[in-house]
Design a protein around this ligand. Structure first.
Ligand SMILES: Cc1cc2nc3c(=O)[nH]c(=O)nc-3n(C[C@H](O)[C@H](O)[C@H](O)COP(=O)(O)OP(=O)(O)OC[C@H]3O[C@@H](n4cnc5c(N)ncnc54)[C@H](O)[C@@H]3O)c2cc1C
Length: 239
């Protein structure tokens, strides 16, 4: 059976030099007579910085985490996945164009795991992708511009992009897309983005979690059972 990599390739390519200190400076400036420069230059106690940040963020003062801008290089994800990602309006994107980049030969595609694990359906899926590729090529050979020939390309077609966002938006993205209600592929991709950030800033692990971890309960209509639902919680508290 042909081996295929169905996993997103994600790399954090840009981040500020001192994330913890910057967030701390933003938080402390709100409550201090001292100048932000002094606050920043004298900050050296990591526990103290984390304690203030935790309190400020828990109080909902989220402008303090907007100062951190992060950029990711992402590839081997489907157009279906990026169509969901681009719904996040506070992110910035630069994505491989299907207008300017013509597919040559078989285009790359992602096989959803539910199909990938069924040998018969997998074979049909691959054969269907091959048929689409032939049709695409037929249109290109007939002089149809790539921007129109791409109309036959599927949601499964692979794409790549650079995506940037601030830390507040990454936490929001994690809350929505690490939830088991989100589709497997965007969940896997956002998980990889969070892992890249936690690798260099381990203190952010507690923030890059599905929303139920943040809220302490599940507010989804259909719960996966990981946390008590909002309704169950309210019933318990007699609200
Ligand atoms: C499990 C799941 C299923 C989904 N299913 C569907 C679906 O079936 N159909 C569909 O169309 N979409 C669907 N979506 C997409 C969803 O509706 C949102 O468009 C997407 O998750 C982006 O979320 P957001 O608007 O909170 O975030 P962002 O666009 O990242 O914005 C972040 C936050 O900024 C604020 N904000 C941004 N823009 C505005 C604005 N214009 N006005 C006011 N406040 C703003 C809001 O507080 C928002 O939460 C789904 C999402 C998930 C996670």
């Amino acid at each position: 059976m042909e081996e295929r990599n169905n996993k997103p390739v994600v790399k954090l390519i840009s981040k500020p030099e001192n994330i913890l200190k910057t967030v701390y400076t933003a938080c402390r400036t709100c409550y201090s007579a001292d100048s932000p420069i002094n606050i920043n230059e004298s900050a050296n106690d990591e526990e103290k910085m984390l304690k203030l940040i935790r309190n400020v963020v828990a109080s909902g003062h989220h402008s303090t985490i907007e100062h951190i801008q992060l950029s990711f290089a992402i590839s081997n994800v489907s157009r279906a996945c990026t169509h969901q990602l681009v719904r996040h309006r506070l992110m910035s994107f630069s994505q491989k164009s299907q207008r300017y980049v013509k597919e040559k030969g078989q285009f790359d595609f992602l096989i959803p795991p539910t199909i990938d694990k069924n040998p018969e359906l997998r074979e049909k899926f691959i054969s269907f992708m091959s048929n689409i590729s032939d049709k695409y090529q037929e249109f290109i050979d007939a002089g149809i511009p790539a921007e129109d020939a791409r109309a036959v390309l599927p949601n499964a077609a692979s794409t790549s992009l650079v995506a940037s966002l601030n830390l507040r938006e990454l936490i929001h993205l994690a809350q929505l897309r690490l939830c088991t209600r989100a589709q497997y592929e965007i969940r896997t991709m956002v998980k990889a983005m969070c892992e890249e950030v936690v690798k260099v800033e381990p203190w952010l692990k507690d923030y890059l979690v599905p929303k139920c971890e943040f809220l302490g309960f599940c507010d989804e209509h259909k719960s996966c059972g990981r946390k008590i639902t909002k309704e169950e919680l309210f019933a318990k508290a007699n609200i």
